[in-house]
Design a protein around this ligand. Structure first.
Ligand code: HEC
Length: 105
């Protein structure tokens, strides 16, 4: 009986670990071809947005994958998180721009 319980716990742990690995999310770096439709200033803003996203949005939880939410939902989500992470309006804008650009790649 104890053996069965140990196996059940072990299996649950394994399932848990594997789901963790599949949800780990690496935000893509900004590459020059992202600016095909925009200019150099925009590229700098996107890079800054990525840096902010990677450093600030991981303070309380793992980084959310961009495809988990719809494009039109992201500005609202970042707005609500901007208050929690004390983002300046320009920083909030940079993060939204990065997420939307990354989604569009
Ligand atoms: C100070 C802590 C904190 C910081 C910093 C933070 N978050 Fe969150 N975030 C939370 C909490 C707590 C939740 C749980 C859901 C809720 O309470 O809205 C959450 C939930 C989320 C969700 C899920 C929302 C939903 O409706 O399912 C997303 C996406 C998200 N955060 C993105 C971000 C992004 C992007 C940033 C960086 C701009 C960020 N978070 C920074 C605390 C934080």
């Amino acid at each position: 009986m104890t053996n069965v319980a140990i196996w059940i716990v072990a299996i649950i742990c394994l399932i848990d670990l594997s789901s963790c690995a599949t949800t780990r999310f690496a935000p893509p770096p900004v590459t020059p071809d992202w600016s095909a439709k925009s200019d150099q200033i925009h590229l700098t803003m996107l890079r800054e947005g990525r840096t902010l996203f990677v450093h600030r949005c991981i303070e309380c939880h793992t980084l959310p994958a961009f495809w988990h939410y719809r494009t039109e939902d992201w500005p609202r989500i970042v707005d609500s998180m901007a208050r929690r992470s004390n983002l300046k309006p320009a920083e909030r804008d940079a993060i939204v721009a990065y997420i939307l650009a990354a989604r569009a790649q």
